[in-house]
Design a protein around this ligand. Structure first.
Ligand code: ASP
Length: 341
């Protein structure tokens, strides 16, 4: 099976420099050497394995902390262009920095709902040239997943697990199992043989998505003692949308004088306010407590069990489709690509 690898940058291909780690490793040579070894029939019990691997390096290669919606779109456009001919690759692996890997994976999932090819993103905590690096294991795992015939859509391979791309979040800046999928089980777990689990429902799709554009979205953590004046200042001038990271199931200090008025006035002025949770594992339920109900009355909507990465990229996606205000708030709860239960 032909797999095309798209290399975007990230630690995996970085080398030391006086300014810290920067892209610069010979990724193509390394990949050739990695694949140039005897294959077990049945490719390490995970799947059939690639018999043809090609590579595109994006220009410029970036540290994923520099990624923007234009970077997400560059990956999406590259996949679409290569997937167009019927003789093109059957699957894609995207090598990406881990810092914003989950954002790109979620963003790609909304824009590629019609793509029949699996797209598996991965990266590594240590550069490929370093002894003991996780690069080889992660790239091999991503290739096995991509050619397994068992996953569609956009997924993320890291450590020893394959996760749904729009359910994943980076949980560790150092551990080799650096990603988790707090609301849904993994899609697969590496072993002999791999174990596969049922995938979340695929979502309703988005037929002809417009490209990602930069958007004015504020992500804001509530803290005990926050005042209405501070919240108002943080939201001035009003953005297109606010992700309000509240407590627990979506509770806010509603007893703080004027605080919910700030939310109400933002909503009335056309800013969508979406309430998420600061909990790693969360399902927002705004009606459960009075402290959450006040946010519903102010016109805010809940994020359900979406990760911050899935929610933020979804809001940027919906804004890029031209949705604003109440239309945007309504669409946030719609399941586009399996990102929300
Ligand atoms: N700063 C790096 C990046 O996201 C971190 C990594 O790849 O692990 O590009």
């Amino acid at each position: 099976m032909h797999v095309h690898v798209i290399y975007t940058g990230g630690t995996i291909g970085m080398v030391d420099s006086p300014r810290g780690l920067v892209p610069g490793a010979d990724l193509e040579g390394w990949l050739t050497r990695l694949l140039d070894r005897p294959r077990t029939p049945g490719a390490s019990q995970g799947g059939p394995g690639p018999d043809d691997v090609t590579l595109t390096s994006l220009d410029p290669l970036i540290d994923s902390s520099n990624a923007t919606p234009a970077s997400w779109q560059q990956v999406i456009d590259t996949v679409r262009a290569l997937a167009a001919p019927s003789t093109g690759p059957a699957a894609f692996v995207v090598l990406h920095g881990t810092d914003t890997l989950a954002y790109t994976a979620a963003a790609a999932s909304y824009a590629l709902t019609d793509l029949p090819h699996p797209v598996v993103l991965t990266g590594s905590q240590l550069p490929l040239g370093v002894l003991g690096s996780d690069a080889a294991g992660n790239v091999t795992g991503a290739l096995v997943a991509a050619t397994s015939g068992r996953v569609g859509g956009v997924s993320l391979f890291f450590g020893h697990r394959l996760l749904a791309g729009n359910r994943a979040t980076k949980t560790s800046s150092w551990a080799y199992d650096g990603f988790d999928s707090p609301a849904t089980p993994p899609l697969a777990r590496v072993g002999a043989p791999w174990r596969w689990y049922p995938a979340p429902p695929a979502g309703t799709g988005w037929p002809v998505p417009r490209p990602y554009a930069r958007a004015d979205v504020v992500v804001l953590d509530l803290v005990p003692g926050i005042t209405a004046r501070r919240l108002e200042a943080l939201l001035t001038p009003l953005p297109d949308a606010v992700v309000l990271r509240a407590f627990g199931v979506g509770n806010a200090p509603g007893a703080e004088p004027g605080l919910t008025r700030v939310v109400k006035e933002a909503v009335e002025a056309g800013t969508a306010v979406v309430v998420a949770s600061q909990c790693h594992e969360a399902r927002v339920r705004l009606g459960r407590y009075e402290t959450g109900e006040v946010l519903t009355r102010a016109g805010a909507v809940g994020a359900g069990d979406m990760t911050l990465e899935a929610l933020y990229t979804k809001i940027v996606f919906l804004l890029s489709q031209g949705l604003r205000g109440a239309g945007l708030s309504d669409a946030v709860g719609r399941d586009i690509a399996g990102e929300v239960t």
